[in-house]
Design a protein around this ligand. Structure first.
Ligand code: PRX
Length: 650
């Protein structure tokens, strides 16, 4: 097994960072003249309506402001500016799960976005700063509506279609959305599924800000429409003009909100702004993915996640590339579907999650060989640590040992890739995110704010603001400061702490070891333990609950719940099912509990009432217990817990 990748470097003749010297030159430039470095990039990659005056305003730190007094419009960056040179180039390729296809040119996408923007403005009276929630399948209309919002300065907030009515309701209410956009449903696993009834349920819980819903008809299932409230997209959109002036927005106006889990129960509405976000989306696509004019880029992430925002929609379109979306699941009709799509569209960059790689490896290790995947140059991974076996299979069998593997570390909050290998570099190590990108001051620090030594576990922090960082938590700026800027100080200044642990190896390369807070990562989906605990506790038979994660071969991590029962009349299996029914209704299927430990005696709290998650996690992982157990309400229970766990496969 080679320890390092050694892709065919001659396949990256136009890479922007071709070698170590160029990487070092850019890092040095950013170090010597941080603002000059970023100002140069922003001038080169953004078409400004009004040039910015100040590159970085730090006076209200950590409320940083970038490119102030500059004005622009992100939909213009993604559409209008390509119409001269690329109007007939394909902007968006769509493959439906059942094999229906669309190829949409930049000009056609521009027309559709303009029509939709006019409709949002005239039919729904949406104005700059209003919020729209999208609850959509992966279809072109979802992207059209995102860009139409951006055109008007309307803030979109996409809620992943796997979230429940309760979770959707919570997000709609927090964002105070005026409009909810959805579809009748979509197709998954070869079957139609529904979205609109979930929106109806969410709205029935009371969403006083919502004035209307807009429904895209995708699978033509029989869903109910409420006259006066529900509008059918395709019946009205064509009445509108195909040109629509783009609003002149300032660099720091919000572009979108995206809710993500934190360590407390309530999801955080991460707010991104215009200029910094669209700048970094482009820079990272160039640097990390080596996107060239004739390339077809495929990121498999749903638009309900940040990866879908940055690397399916905004980044590729801002660069004038061709982006591909696929509606369905990787396993339909079999584990060869992704490889078939890559072959058909001659995909050049493929970006997916370790969980998908592990699944496709397990279900069809030899299937990539049955397809011509020679168009591929860069293979990306994101969302969770990738295990070396999965990395190796990806490198050898999908990439034919000729592609660069880029293990990209970043987060909803960072807007784009932060630590990643560079394709024309070679030498990426399986499971290692390697080094910070030029301009990004990512450092591993000790809790005391010292730089960690080699092989010493520390906290992954970013010690200088960067353009695409989140600007606030929607409606709760104090939470923004407390969540990200209150744990670690470096050289006397509060710095951004990601919530991840990491270490430097002897070469100074960064290995991300996973979350050190109460967030768990199931199949690359971020979930707060408190969020899941509060869902489990809603079950009538549950007196107390503590949630931790355990290792899972495909999902990376899976959810384990330690439950203290009230008197239960259910049998064991029925009770577990019925608890998971509650969890699905509260959050969604992604939060289902994999393994339960049920007891009738309280055990998971210390005498001060704190849930001892770390201790439980060590028990689940069968690690040696180093924690002090004398503070437990019932220390004698530890032996029972250990023997219960040892009888399971975790
Ligand atoms: O724990 C890290 C993990 O995913 C978290 C961010 O999740 P989210 O905001 O949903 O964004 C996912 C897509 C960017 C991080 O705090 N993570 C992300 N990428 C990696 C990773 N862990 C290890 N290696 C990665 N490459």
């Amino acid at each position: 097994m080679p320890q390092y990748d050694s892709p065919d470097l001659s396949r990256f003749p136009n890479a922007l960072i071709k070698n170590e010297a160029e990487y070092q030159r850019l890092c040095q430039w950013a170090k010597d003249d941080y603002e000059g470095f970023w100002a140069h990039q922003a001038k080169a990659l953004i078409n400004w309506r009004t040039p910015f005056k100040t590159t970085l305003d730090e006076k209200d730190a950590p409320s940083y402001r970038w490119f102030t007094e500059g004005t622009l419009n992100v939909s213009e960056q993604c559409l209008d500016r390509h119409l001269d040179k690329r109007k007939n180039k394909i902007a968006l390729l769509f493959e439906g799960e059942r094999g229906d296809r669309q190829a949409i040119s930049y000009l056609e996408l521009y027309y559709r976005v303009c029509q939709t923007a006019n409709m949002l403005k005239e039919e729904f009276q949406l104005e700059k700063g209003d919020r729209v929630v999208l609850y959509m399948p992966m279809i072109p209309e979802a992207i059209v509506i995102m860009l139409a919002c951006a055109r008007l300065g309307v803030i979109h907030s996409i809620v992943f279609g796997g979230f429940s009515a309760e979770a959707l309701h919570e997000r709609i209410v927090d964002a105070k959305a005026k409009l909810v956009v959805t579809a009748d449903g979509g197709f998954r696993h070869g079957q139609p599924y529904l979205l609109k009834p979930t929106v109806d349920q969410a709205l029935a819980k009371g969403c006083s800000s919502v004035e209307a819903t807009l429904v895209v008809r995708r699978n033509h299932q029989d869903v109910k429409y409420q006259p006066g409230r529900d509008f059918i997209y395709d019946l009205i959109v064509n009445e509108y003009e195909t040109s629509c002036p783009a609003a002149e927005l300032s660099s720091e106006d919000p572009l979108f909100l995206l809710y993500t889990s934190g360590s407390t129960g309530k999801p955080k509405g991460v707010q991104h702004s215009q200029a910094g976000y669209i700048l970094w989306a482009q820079m990272t696509l160039k640097w990390v993915f080596d996107v060239q004019e004739t390339d077809t880029f495929w990121c498999t992430a749903d638009i309900g996640w940040i990866t879908g925002h940055t690397y399916t929609v905004y980044g590729p379109l801002a660069l004038g590339a061709t982006t591909l979306i696929y509606e369905g699941v990787p396993m339909f009709p079999d584990a060869g579907r992704f490889w078939q799509i890559i072959e058909r569209y001659k995909v050049n960059q493929f970006y997916t999650a370790p969980t998908a790689i592990r699944l496709l490896h397990k279900e069809g290790a030899d299937l990539p060989e049955q397809h011509d995947l020679s168009s591929l140059r860069v293979l990306g991974t994101v969302g969770e640590p990738i295990n070396p076996e999965a990395w190796q299979w990806y490198y050898e069998h999908v990439g034919n040992s000729q592609c660069a593997i880029v293990d990209t570390w970043w987060q909803t909050e960072t807007g784009g890739n932060m630590v990643a290998p560079l394709p024309a570099w070679g030498g990426a190590k399986p499971g290692c995110a390697m080094r910070p990108l030029p301009g990004i001051c990512a450092e591993i620090l000790t809790p005391e704010g010292e730089k960690a030594k080699a092989d010493q576990k520390g906290l992954l922090c970013v010690t200088r603001p960067w353009p695409s960082m989140l600007r606030t938590i929607w409606g709760d700026h104090d939470r923004f400061v407390n969540s990200y800027f209150s744990d670690v100080s470096y050289q006397g200044k509060a710095v951004y702490f990601s919530g991840d642990g990491a270490l430097y190896d002897q070469d100074g390369h960064i290995w991300v070891t996973g979350r050190v807070d109460d967030v768990i990562n199931v199949s690359g989906h971020r979930l707060g333990t408190a969020e899941i605990e509060s869902a489990v506790a809603k079950h009538d038979d549950v007196a107390e609950v503590a949630v931790v994660s355990c290792h899972h071969d495909i999902k990376g991590e899976a959810i384990v719940a330690f439950v203290v029962l009230r008197d239960s009349s259910y049998d064991d299996i029925e009770l577990k099912k019925s608890i998971n029914t509650v969890v699905r209704a509260e959050i969604g299927a992604i939060a289902s509990v994999e393994k339960f430990f049920m007891w009738s005696t309280p055990y998971q709290k210390s005498r001060s009432g704190k849930i001892v998650r770390r201790l439980l996690r060590s028990i689940v992982r069968k690690e040696e217990l180093t924690q002090d157990i004398s503070t437990l309400e019932n220390p004698a229970i530890i032996t029972d817990l250990e023997s219960a766990v040892s009888m399971t496969k975790t």
